[in-house]
Design a protein around this ligand. Structure first.
Ligand code: TRH
Length: 392
């Protein structure tokens, strides 16, 4: 019989954390993905006491299986996790209160913040964008209409005048060690539940929204010069994969057609998902957090941006393409733009994929240069903490 280890101690009510982080899961995994990553970084690298409020522990559990959705308060990896309920009993707010993606923290909590002296520093962590307006709005305060409080807007971004990107201190070192170790890679494939693909295959990872032209992309890979192995963690892509395969699929299933093999993987823990990105030759990513992780993976990538009303997201897509493609030869840049636009517009004819695939050696070099350039800048948590020091 398996013996269960005792649960980690739950913090007492006298505990006052250094940071409160509030997370509302609107849809998908990006909100909790970012909050969990940042919470772990603050606790693990900076030894800060973090309390993370999450309104949807079921979704959180998909990312982090240690989370027990039945508990209102629990300790997970040295972080106090609290279910954010409507009837929130308000403990003393932390010194720094981070609202994420304008999730609107409860009014009772805001009142408690105003009652403290000195008042906590209140920050809203916003969405990532490469658009030119971001530096002008980064770190601006918005005074509360009634209470003696201000909320500061913190914008992640790609330049030195923005909030930067999430990057753990040891991330690039771990990546190097992993890519240099057959043993670590074998352990990864075991945990992903499949045998390593044949060495000569072109590895694609696939994480996308349902409306991506997944079937069309897969058809393009059926008659390729290099066999393609598509690794798809269980997610919103499943319906499209099933209609391509013509049958129900689950983790562990394999579909073969011509030069294409599709492997359905389980939804991976965040750290394992990173390893998948490190191993693949092309990463199809979406939203915000997987998009950033693909950049640290330093491999050619295709980004499906989170769709907004009236196609407003295309301006955001192009803003990133402009900075990302700046150092690329014209043919490679056109191949990237062509496939990214096709993927986001819902049609992938043979041309865009072939042009992109023909540029892979140049794109691989570029991905590494891009990663190195970004890594020379301070990461998001360092910039956040600098901001906190300047205000408290
Ligand atoms: O899930 P997303 O589409 O999240 C989106 C975006 O963040 C978007 O901007 C936001 O407005 C919307 O949510 C509400 O994509 P994203 O941001 O890449 O988040 C996915 C998270 O899931 C990320 O932390 C990586 C993680 N992940 C795993 O841990 N394992 C996996 O197997 C996969 C595929 C992803």
């Amino acid at each position: 019989m398996l013996s269960r280890s005792p649960p980690p101690p739950v913090p007492s009510s006298a505990f006052r954390p250094d940071w409160d982080i509030f997370c509302k899961v609107i849809d998908n995994f990006g909100d909790i993905g970012v909050c969990w990553r940042l919470a772990r970084q603050l606790a693990g690298e900076r030894q800060l006491r973090v309390r993370l409020w999450v309104d949807d522990l079921e979704t959180f559990r998909v990312l982090c299986p240690q989370v027990d959705p039945t508990l209102s308060i629990q300790a997970v990896q040295a972080i106090e996790v609290r279910r954010w309920e409507t009837s929130l009993v308000t403990p003393a707010p932390a010194r720094v209160v981070l609202e994420t993606f304008a999730c609107r923290i409860p009014e009772t909590f805001v009142e408690a913040m105003a009652g403290q002296s000195p008042a906590p520093l209140w920050i809203n962590l916003d969405h990532l964008s490469a658009e030119a307006w971001v530096p002008g709005f980064h770190m601006l305060p918005s005074p509360h209409p009634r209470l003696p409080l201000a909320k500061y807007f913190f914008f992640p971004g790609f330049g030195s005048a923005t909030g930067g990107l999430l990057r753990e201190r040891d991330l690039l070192l771990r990546r190097q060690q992993f890519l240099g170790s057959g043993e670590l890679q074998a352990a990864f494939w075991r945990r992903a539940g499949c045998a390593p693909p044949a060495a000569h295959n072109l590895l694609l990872s696939l994480f996308a929204y349902q409306h991506a032209p997944i079937g069309e992309l897969l058809q393009r890979c059926e008659h390729a010069a290099t066999p393609v192995c598509c690794l798809a963690p269980l997610s919103g892509t499943l319906t499209a994969l099933e209609s391509y395969a013509g049958r129900a699929l689950g983790a562990g299933n394999v579909v073969r057609r011509g030069t294409l093999e599709i492997r359905v993987l389980p939804f991976l823990e965040q750290d394992l998902y990173d390893r998948l990105l490190w191993l693949c030759d092309v990463n199809f990513v979406r939203g915000e957090d997987s998009f950033v992780r693909a950049q640290w993976a330093a491999r050619p990538m295709v980004w499906q941006i989170y769709p907004q009303q009236e196609a407003a997201h295309f301006a955001k897509l192009d803003a990133f393409l402009d900075i990302h493609c700046a150092g690329l030869p014209a043919t490679s840049a056109a191949a990237v733009r062509g496939l990214w636009h096709a993927w986001n517009s819902g049609r992938v004819d043979a041309g865009p994929w072939q042009r992109f695939a023909s540029q892979l050696p140049a794109l691989r070099e570029h991905a590494l240069r891009w990663q190195e350039k970004l890594a020379r800048q301070a990461d998001l948590s360092t910039r956040l903490l600098r901001f906190v020091r300047s205000k408290l």
